[in-house]
Structure formats: C-alpha cells, structure tokens
Design a protein around this ligand. Sequence first.
Ligand code: 1CP
Length: 347
Amino acid sequence: MSASTKPLLRVLAGETIWPPPFWMMRQAGRHLPEYCATRAQAGSFLALVTTPELAAEVTLQPVRRYGTDGAILFSDILMVPWAMGQPLRMAEGEGPRLEPIRDAEGLARLEPEALRSRAAPIFETVARVRAALEEAGSRTALIGFAGSPFTVACYMVDGRGGSDFAFTRQLAYRDPVFFGRLIRILTEATVEYLLAQVEAGAEALMLFDSWSGLLSPSQFRRWVIEPTAAIRRALAQAAPGVPMIGFPRLAGALFADYAARTGMQGLSMDTHMDPRWAAQQVAPGQALQGNLDPLVLLVGGTALETETRSLLAAMRGRPFIFNLGHGIEKETPIAHVVQMLRLVRGG
Ligand code: 1CP
C-alpha cells in the first residue's frame, strides 16, 4: 500500500479520518503472551533489541493481533547512549542502569562516530519490519523513534530512572556549558539515528520527551524546545516528507509553545492533558495523538467505555490518532484492548 493511503500518514499530513487510526504506546510488550515468549527466547532485553529477527517479530506482534495502524520499532531510547559506548544494563525488575556521565572526561569517552555501526542491528530491524509490511500489503505505517536529548540526558547523567532527575536538573543550572555540550552531542546523534531509521524504511518518527515536564519554563525552552526544533529542521532537510510526532510529556501549558515552535506534524498528549484544550492550542492541520489513561484500559468495563467515547467526541472533526497517554500497563487484559478497539472503530 502506498504511503499516501496509509491512514496514520494521511492524518499526519493534516487530514481528518474517521474512525481515527490507532496504535498504543508500548504496544509490543509484556501484556502480550507472544511477546513474553519471544523475550524469553532472546534471554535479555538487550539481546531482544539487538537481534533483528526477534525485534522485528515483537514489533509485528501487536499489528497481527490488533491491526494497529502504527507499528513502532521495538527498541529503547537508551540505545543511543549505548551505541555511543556508554555502558548500559537493564536490571531485571529495576529498569535501566547507565554508568553516569557528569564531567568533561565522561563526555570525552563517548563515541558519537560509532553510533551508526553499533546501532546497525536496530536499523536492520526497521528494514525487516518495513519489508514484512510491504509484502503483506499492509495499511500499517512503520514508526521509528528516539528519546529527546533532554530525556536521554536525564538517564545519562543520573544513571538510572525512578527519581525526578534532580541531579541532572541541578547540573543544567550549575554548569550550563557542560550540559549544553551534552545536549548538542545528543541533538546531532539523534538526527543521525533517526535519519538512519528513515533510510532503513521508517515512514514516520516519534520523539519521546518523557521528562520534559520536570523543567521550569525557561529551562524547557532552552533544553527541550530549542534542540527539538533543531532536530526537526535537520530532518525536514535530510528526509523531507517524513512526518514527526513530539511527546512533551507533562509539559502542561508549555505544550502550546512546543507545538508552535518545534514544527512537529503530530503532538502526542499525555494522560493529564485536556484534549479539548490541546485542540485550541495547535494549528488546525497539526495532528493530535493520545491520550486514553492506561489505567482505565487496565480497569475496563463501563469506565473504559465512558473514557473512550469522551475522547473520541473531543477529537471528532480534526486530525487525530487514537493512542494512550503513556505506555500500556503489563497487566492489561487483551479483552480490554479489544473492547476499546470496537469502540474506536465504531467512531
Ligand atoms: O523487558 C524489560 O524488562 C525491559 C522493559 C522495557 C521495554 C519493553 C524497556 C526498558 N524499554 C522497553 C521498550 C520501549 N521503550 C519501547 C518499545 C516500543 C513500544 O512498543 O512502544 C519504547 C518506545 C521505549 C521508550 C522509552 N524507554 C521511554 C519513552 C517512553 C515512556 O515510556 O515514557 C523511556 C522513558 C524509556 C526508558 C526505559 N527503558 C526501559 C524502562 C523500564 C524505562 C523506564 C525507566 C524509568 O522508570 O525511568
């Protein structure tokens, strides 16, 4: 199926399609038994991500099961620091661990020039998924992604998640020259990494800024909006026609600035955002994506029905991609996803 007829890409080009296309953040994950089986076969998360055959398989699993309009590459935002040589471990049940970088010596150890070759298995996954979608004549669009420079920097500096990244945010105030150098390295690496995904077959790109909402307004403009706009500009030049979706999670009122100044074709709303307010902030041709609460999907029943209908009603008549406000919970019953899909497809 040609790009111009894939619903997700048409919406990102500013068209309104009803019922709207849909996919789910973290759709390839532990709520699916077939994912758990492939993950067990791989042995570890990093082995899964760096084995193209298996990573392509888990990318396609939710497409097969649910007919999602988007297939998001199975990888992780931390593969960029990993590919630049920062040691990364995925501690079972605890989340990611990186050897923190907090000074010029740490920065000097990064190898941005090694990114393309070390991340080659990830680009091969992209190529395999795209080939499989083409062969099936699928209407599903392949979404490549990266973390934003700020969100990735949070993990690179703090070394782990599970906090409010106070160390990183203090460092950004205390030593803006150092922090600026890190953000600049990441901005260039992100462009390179996303461009390689486009070359391998990604049809749209998403930039996850999961922790942008932790910043004050001035820091948000400096460390989120400016690098994001630079990434968008560079890709518009190097990969014209490939749309991008930004996810400035927890940005609140700064969502409006982000939408106006980054040049994104799509804006992903987090769970806390009022979709009717968001619709007033973005341009009429800018697509909105989101934002069903993953917890209501977990709970199901009439709460799920009410929330799904209300989101659809708020977004009717404008370019919209149905999604969650954050990643799907691993305990979510498949039957609840099916119930939600019936409602979405009923418009
Ligand atoms: O098996 C395991 O234990 C690993 C769990 C896991 C998975 C399934 C991690 C570690 N990453 C992923 C996949 C992943 N991560 C995808 C896959 C594609 C999909 O189906 O959506 C994507 C898009 C991501 C992106 C990601 N990683 C983000 C941005 C989105 C978000 O959730 O806000 C972030 C912040 C990460 C960091 C990360 N990687 C893994 C974990 C557990 C975390 C969160 C750590 C924390 O709590 O701060």
